[in-house]
Design a protein around this ligand. Structure first.
Ligand code: PRP
Ligand code: URA
Length: 209
């Protein structure tokens, strides 16, 4: 079963409360998505392997730890996942970035793929898939299916808001994937929007409605 990590850190929860508010404007919404992603990145990278290195300080040699093992990649699900990329790259500047374009068909709520460009060596990397919303789970499952078809075996999913339906879908389809969310909301409505959620993440990040 995919491990679900709900990040209940006070800073994340405080920012999430402002993010959800219908009165929060586009600029602040975009900044908050980025800030929350940066804080979530801190937790989602907690189990990355490190190795001991010796560093010459101005006065002595210090035994330090640096990241080791596989290189990293960040894959936003377009569009809304783009809002989470910059703060992740600030933390992990050497990560390569792939893009998977999916939109939900408004009638069927099924994901439709329209773009995919991934680093050539993606199968050798630990991949962080980022998307603010995990609703039916269709987009997350499709993105992970896609990455696995390319040979990726080490995948971590990061969503800001999930719901029971989406968590279940990812856990059933991809039990090996670690799932990090800031909240698991109550349910989906008839249009497959998360309740209470925050509305349409893509529209609020890019100001399209
Ligand atoms: C949103 C969101 C996820 C998806 C979640 O994207 O960013 O990708 O819906 O829903 P699901 O779990 O039911 O698949 P949307 O399809 O609205 O596209 P956008 O990012 O371009 O706005
Ligand atoms: N996509 C969103 O942006 N919001 C939801 O509540 C569900 C899917």
């Amino acid at each position: 079963m995919a491990t679900l990590h709900v990040l209940d850190h006070p800073l994340i929860q405080h920012k999430l409360a402002i993010l959800r508010n219908a009165e929060t404007g586009v600029k602040e919404f975009r900044e908050l998505i980025s800030e929350i992603a940066g804080l979530m990145c801190y937790e989602a990278t907690r189990n990355l392997p490190t190795e001991e290195v010796e560093v010459q300080t101005p006065v002595a040699v210090a035994k330090c730890r640096m990241l080791s093992g596989k290189k990293l990649a960040i894959v936003p699900v377009l569009r809304a996942g783009l809002g989470m990329v910059d703060s992740m790259v600030d933390m992990i500047p050497s990560a390569k970035i792939g893009h998977i374009g999916l939109y939900r068909d408004p009638e069927t709520h099924q994901p439709v793929e329209y773009y995919c460009k991934l680093p050539e060596d993606i199968e050798n990397r630990v991949v962080f898939v980022v998307d603010p919303m995990l609703a039916t789970g269709g987009s997350a499952v499709a993105a992970i299916d896609f990455l696995k078809a390319k040979g990726c075996r080490n995948i971590i999913m990061m969503n800001i808001i999930g719901c029971p339906e989406g968590v279940k879908a990812v856990q059933e389809a991809h039990p090996d994937v670690e799932l990090y969310v800031a909240a698991v909301d109550e349910k989906l409505n008839d249009h497959a929007y998360i309740i209470p959620g925050l509305g349409d993440a893509g529209d609020r990040i890019f100001g399209t409605k």
